[in-house]
Design a protein around this ligand. Sequence first.
Ligand code: GLY
Ligand code: MN
Ligand code: MN
Length: 436
Amino acid sequence: MTSFAEYQHRRQQFMEKIGTGTAIFKSAAMAVMHNDVEYAFRQDSDFFYLTGFNEADAVAVFAPHHEEHRFILFVQPKDPEKETWSGYRVGVDQAKAVYGADEAYPIAELDEKLPQYLQKADRIYYRFGRDIGFNHQVIRHWQQLLRVYPKNGTGPIAIQDVGTILHPFRLVKSQSELALMRRAAEISVKAHNHAREFTRPGLCEYEIQAEIEYIFQSQGGTAAYPSIVASGANACILHYIENQRQMQSGELLLIDAGCSYQYYNADITRTFPVDGRFTPEQKIIYELVLQAQVAAIEQIKPENPYQQVHETAVRVLVEGLLDLGLLTGDIEEVIKEEKYKPFYMHRTGHWLGLDVHDVGVYQWGEDPQPLWPGQVLTVEPGIYIGPGIQPIEGQPAVDPRWHGIGVRIEDDVLVTETGYEVLTAGVPKAVAAMER
Ligand code: GLY
Ligand code: MN
Ligand code: MN
């Protein structure tokens, strides 16, 4: 659990950065399926990071320059009848007492109360999102203030994306965030190890999915994203989530599944033979991906550019594909012209945290984003040789003996003061451990 003091600290740091501006955050919407069935609610990550407040239909405002109220919450008021249908509400009074807001109002009063927190701000910090109605509401307030700007000479003259201020904080994880990420990783490790031991020919992909998600759920977590359980050539479909196929002897199984625990995520991929034995071709490709993944992870240490992780993986994969004759030509040219893309078409990883594809910049124009202690990233190279693979012009046709092999290996890695720590190291990945 994240402590009250930590939320306060986050708000303090954030408000120091916005200074004379006012920031507005909208909660996530309550997802409603037709016929009135509600999906589980999941708070917006920025909103949650600063407030810990876990309800829909709420707005958080930060106005560090305001004389009385710096942190203001607009929430759904207590309503016993509505709460009977859709669950407990914190209510206006508790929003102050429990969540530390300096002032709280019913959400219905937003239009009336918001202007007092905007009129002395020099800019509005807001992220335009999927809630078009709310985007317009913010713009409407801004336009009203612009209209009186000539008279007052004060008020916001710009809207700036709030992510530019907040996301650098989210990119570096605190000790309490890391504790939750370690827990998410630990549950995911357990699920992957069980899935590998449970897998055998004749089972269906969804049976493996059920075993994995049972472990997530029974440990207080949920699936961080739709689990990918992809056997045979399905492993070459990057977002395969149907998970309907019956697994056969001689095939590989690629599992990309991670647990979300108290909003923090893990994201692990392993690929292993369904019957416990790699074919020679599968083993060659697996070893190459593993070599690329290990080399990429070894690049992780403070001040190394993020980009170097991807570039290292690409170089190892391309060298291997050239050696195997699956690609031809000069290595520098193959890399520069991305001739490897039919085999490896995605990035080697992403930031990980409150979101699976977490916030944070990867590259500043030509300048690198240096790695920094406390960042967590995935490292997930792969090779995908779908039956319909189309080599780039001038490259050789792929011998059918390679067809249908898809391998990805993904771990979650923390940047430490001196290098890295693999948070998901509890799932083996050596060739010998994948076989039985
Ligand atoms: N499972 C989503 C990803 O690996 O990025
Ligand atoms: Mn993944
Ligand atoms: Mn990933």
